[in-house]
Design a protein around this ligand. Structure first.
Ligand SMILES: Cc1ncc(COP(=O)(O)OP(=O)(O)O)c(N)n1
Ligand SMILES: Cc1nc(C(=O)O)sc1CCOP(=O)(O)O
Length: 453
């Protein structure tokens, strides 16, 4: 059985004549504290409107009334399960969705062969007091791994942005109350939900992941790849949450994307097939190549960015290193072609920042780092200088791959390239001034070009 990826809960059947015409196809009637005749009327009305719009109706709590009114789907909480006549529901062909919040409840739902399993609250919810802390997205994946083909519904505190993240994490359907019913424009908001969940409805844009541990979260933002893959480019998302970054990278209006996103908890999502050109590099250059989108694979590491340079979590770096290693192996990308976004767009981009732990990736065999030695006594060359040292610096920067015209003058372009180099390879001081340590580090790296680790 497949569920629509957008599951709307309403607290009164009157909502349905407003919201089903927007295209909603899966709806729960969750009416509390009404007299039986009123409940019966609510169910009958909901049933009629759902039939007219080809929508699936699920009745919360009132399994006996639902059965008597000819409904074919009920939702039961753990308390409701104690009272419900499950064999009678099964005999009547009524499908059953079950709420779960912990392992024991999940075990119970699985042993009852629930037709779907709901997990919540994924995020804090305003709707009702919960005895359970927010579950988080990693739990969504764990639940899905446990229940296999049985549909998984994510519920609690969802918005369209969070729904994308929940579906990408493994949910089959994202369920909502407040974000729509308390919205100033419920119809418009329902349409936003429909559009955010559309790829999961059509399985449009879905593909087999290139990396076995990745979960697909398709972005429409890609085109034809015009070059073979020769580089791997690392970015940070520069946004407060992974949910916000995913929503942006999957929105056709944003016209940005990346092949992969690595979440803070180490989950890996693939947005664009590696065979396609994702739109992550922008105006950029490396070693003569100006179409870096075509020549590379892009990984976005979820991190708020420069204004909040907190450490990247260990699980995230471990996952990034494993992913990067797999990509480099499959595309024969040499270590010197594992690049920072800042390397290929100096002056324009600073990600993934000098606080990115390149050493940890290098320990896993990904990319290059270079030993640091203060080159005591060596002169520093900087903006405005000219002469042999500047010419040699510019030669080395260009030989390594940076875009630097060989002017012999320490110009603005040289400052930016040195800054980018330092941000990646000499992170203790990023100032665009080529001191001895910077120049020695660069020369050492140039000497390793073509070497294999
Ligand atoms: C899809 C979905 N998931 C969870 C619930 C909560 O059900 P329950 O635990 O029975 O609590 P109430 O909704 O009755 O307050 C749900 N209704 N739907
Ligand atoms: C009704 C309900 N059940 C939950 C559970 O975890 O079982 S969370 C929840 C509230 C969902 O509403 P909203 O979208 O407003 O957060």
């Amino acid at each position: 059985m497949r569920l629509d990826p957008f599951y709307l809960i309403v607290d009164d059947a009157d909502w349905l004549s407003r919201l089903l015409p927007q295209g909603v196809k899966l709806v729960q009637l969750r009416v509390k504290d009404r007299a039986e005749h009123d409940l019966r009327a609510q169910i009958a009305t909901a049933r009629e409107i759902c039939a007219r719009h080809g929508a699936q109706l699920v009745v919360n709590d009132y399994w006996r009334l639902a059965m008597e009114e000819g409904c074919d789907f009920v939702h039961l909480g753990q308390g409701d399960l104690d009272a419900a006549d499950i064999p009678a529901l099964r005999r009547a062909g009524v499908r059953i969705g079950v709420s779960t919040h912990d392992e024991a409840e999940l075990g119970r739902a699985v042993s009852l062969s629930a037709d779907y399993v709901a997990l919540g609250p994924i995020y804090p919810t305003l709707l009702k007091q919960m005895d359970f802390a927010p579950q988080g997205l990693a739990r969504v994946g764990a639940w899905k791994a446990r229940i296999g083909e049985t549909p998984l519904v994510a519920i609690g505190g969802l918005t369209p942005e969070r729904a994308i993240a929940a579906l990408a994490a493994g949910a089959d359907s994202a369920c909502v109350v407040t974000d729509i019913l308390r919205n100033a424009e419920p119809e418009a908001r329902a349409r936003e939900w429909l559009s955010a969940t559309q790829p999961w409805r059509e399985r449009e844009g879905f593909f087999e992941p290139d990396y076995a541990l990745a979960r697909v979260c398709p972005s429409p933002n890609h085109g034809a790849r015009l070059r073979p893959v020769s580089s791997l480019v690392l970015h940070y998302t520069g946004m407060q949450t992974g949910e916000a970054a995913l929503a942006l990278l999957c929105n056709p209006r944003s016209e940005v994307s990346a092949h992969y996103v690595v979440e803070e908890d180490g989950r890996v999502l693939q947005l664009v097939p590696e065979s396609r050109r994702a739109w992550h590099a922008g105006i950029s250059y490396w070693a003569g190549e100006t179409d870096m989108n075509s020549a590379s694979i892009g990984i976005e590491v979820v991190h708020p960015g420069y204004d909040d340079p907190r450490p990247y979590p260990a699980a995230q770096i471990e996952a990034t290193a494993a992913l990067a290693k797999d990509i480099c192996r499959r595309h024969a990308i040499p270590p010197e072609r594992v690049l920072a976004h800042s390397d290929i767009a100096p002056g324009r981009k600073r990600d993934p920042g000098e606080f990115f732990p390149w050493e940890e990736l290098a320990r896993c065999g990904v990319g290059r780092v270079v030993e640091q030695n203060p080159a005591l006594g060596a002169t520093t060359v900087s903006l405005g200088d000219a002469g042999a040292k500047v010419a040699s610096l510019q030669r080395d920067l260009a030989a390594y791959g940076y875009r630097v015209d060989q002017t012999g003058v320490y110009d603005a372009q040289t400052v930016q390239a040195v800054e980018a180099f330092q941000r990646h390879f000499r992170r203790a001081q990023v100032d665009g001034r080529a001191d001895g340590e910077t120049r020695v580090a660069l020369a050492r790296l140039v000497a390793t070009l073509g070497e294999r680790v």
